[in-house]
Ligand binder design. Structure first.
Ligand SMILES: NC(=O)C1=CN([C@@H]2O[C@H](COP(=O)(O)OP(=O)(O)OC[C@H]3O[C@@H](n4cnc5c(N)ncnc54)[C@H](O)[C@@H]3O)[C@@H](O)[C@H]2O)C=CC1
Ligand SMILES: CC(=O)C(=O)O
Length: 320
C-alpha cells in the first residue's frame, strides 16, 4: 500500500533515475515522486511515461521537472545525476566530473529539503557519499550510499545458481568499495544457516578454490552489462527501492550500504560498505562483524583504495 504522505525526490532522470522511480512506483513507496533533471524534455517525458502507467500501479503522483525547488519537503532524496561509465572506464574514472555535479545538485536540493535522508547512487558511489556528507553538512547518518547492496544481490544470485537454492536462502555479503576492490565476506557466508564452507547438499558445494573466481564474476558484472547495453539500470532500480523501503517503512534492516567509518575495523575517514542498520532515521553503524584475517585485510585494502581517491580529489577530512 502506498504511503500517501511520503515524498521521494530523484535527482537525475536517466537510465538509473527513471528506473528507481519505476521500482518505487511498483512498490508503492510514496504518494509523490519528483524526478529532477537539467534536461527538461527528457525529465518531462520520463514522468509522462510513468504517469501513463498509473492505472496499473499504486496511486502516486509523478512530477518531472528541471526546477530543484520541486524537491521541497522530500523525505528521501536519491542522487543519480551525473556521468556514467563508458565501456572500459572504471567507476573511479568518473570521480572528478561527478563530484562537481553532486556539489551543485545537492546545494540546490538541500535548500528545500533540509530534513531528508540523502541516498547517493551516482558513481563512484563511496567517494561521492563522502563528498556529499561534506557538502550537505548534515549528520553522517542522514547521508549514505547504496554501496554494495547491488553487489551483494549479484553475489546471492551467482551462489543461488551454483547451489540450486533460492536467492533468499543465500546469506552472504559483499563489503568495501562498490567497485573493483570490493570483497566477499566469505567467513560469514551461509546457506540457510549452514556455513558455506561446510555446505554440501545434493552434491552441490562451493570449494574455497572457487572464491576468487566468484568474486571476480560479481565485481565484473556491471562491466559485462555496460558492454552489452551501455548502462545498468534494473538491478540498481530494485536495490534502491529496497533501501528506500527500509527508510520510509522504518524497517531497522541490516544492509551493506556505504557509510562513514570512524575507526570500525581499524578504518577511519572514508566511506565504504559493511552491514549497517537502515531506518527512518537513516543509517547507523557500521556494525563490527567478527571477520577472519583474510576478510579484514581485504576490507582495509579496499578502504585504502578509496582513501587514495579522496586524497587525489582533495576533499576535506570528515573525521578529526
Ligand atoms: N551505485 C550503483 O550501484 C550504480 C550507480 N550508477 C551510476 O548512476 C549514475 C547515473 O547513471 P545513468 O542513469 O545510467 O546515467 P544517464 O546518463 O542515463 O543519466 C544521468 C542523468 O543525470 C542528469 N544530470 C547530469 N548533470 C545534472 C545536473 N547538474 N542536474 C540534474 N541532472 C543532471 C543527466 O541529464 C542525465 O539525464 C552514473 O554515475 C552511474 O555510474 C549506475 C548503476 C549502479
Ligand atoms: C554501474 C554500476 O555501478 C553497477 O551496475 O554496479
Amino acid at each position: 500500500m502506498a504511503d500517501r504522505t511520503a515524498k521521494i525526490a530523484v535527482c537525475g532522470a536517466g537510465s538509473v533515475g527513471s528506473t528507481v522511480a519505476y521500482a518505487a512506483l511498483l512498490r508503492g513507496l510514496a504518494g509523490e515522486i519528483v524526478l529532477f533533471d537539467i534536461v527538461t524534455s527528457l525529465v518531462r517525458a520520463q514522468a509522462d511515461d510513468l504517469n501513463d502507467g498509473a492505472a496499473f500501479a499504486h496511486p502516486t503522483t509523478i512530477i518531472g521537472t528541471d526546477d530543484p525547488a520541486a524537491c521541497a519537503g522530500a523525505d528521501v532524496v536519491v542522487m543519480t545525476a551525473g556521468a556514467r561509465q563508458k565501456p572500459g572506464q572504471t567507476r573511479l574514472d568518473l570521480a572528478e566530473e561527478n563530484v562537481a555535479i553532486t556539489r551543485s545538485v545537492l546545494a540546490a536540493v538541500r535548500e528545500v529539503a533540509p530534513d531528508a535522508i540523502y541516498l547517493v547512487i551516482t558513481n563512484p558511489c563511496d567517494v561521492l557519499t563522502y563528498a556529499a556528507i561534506g557538502f550537505l553538512e548534515l549528520p553522517p547518518g542522514r547521508v549514505f550510499g547504496s554501496g554494495t547492496v547491488l553487489d551483494t544481490a549479484r553475489l546471492r544470485y551467482v551462489l543461488s545458481q551454483r547451489l540450486h537454492v533460492s536467492t533468499r536462502s543465500v546469506h552472504a555479503l559483499v563489503a568495501g568499495e562498490h567497485g573493483d576492490s570490493e570483497i566477499v565476506l566469505w567467513s560469514s557466508a551461509n546457506i540457510g544457516g549452514v556455513p558455506l564452507r561446510a555446505y554440501d547438499v545434493e552434491g552441490r558445494s562451493i570449494d574455497v578454490s572457487e572464491y576468487d573466481e566468484i568474486r571476480e564474476t560479481v565485481a565484473n558484472s556491471a562491466y559485462k552489462v555496460i558492454e552489452g547495453k551501455g548502462a545498468t539500470n534494473y538491478a540498481i532500480g530494485l536495490a534502491t527501492a529496497d533501501i528506500m523501503s527500509a527508510v520510509l517503512r522504518d524497517e531497522h534492516r541490516f544492509l551493506p550500504v556505504s557509510t562513514l567509518f570512524t575507526g570500525q575495523y581499524g578504518i577511519s575517514d572514508v566511506c565504504l560498505s559493511a552491514p549497517c542498520v537502515v531506518s527512518r532515521a537513516g543509517v547507523a553503524g557500521p556494525a563490527e562483524l567478527p571477520l577472519d584475517e583474510t576478510d579484514l585485510t581485504g576490507l582495509q585494502a579496499s578502504a585504502q583504495t578509496l582513501r587514495q581517491q579522496i586524497d587525489v580529489l582533495g576533499l576535506p577530512s570528515l573525521v578529526v
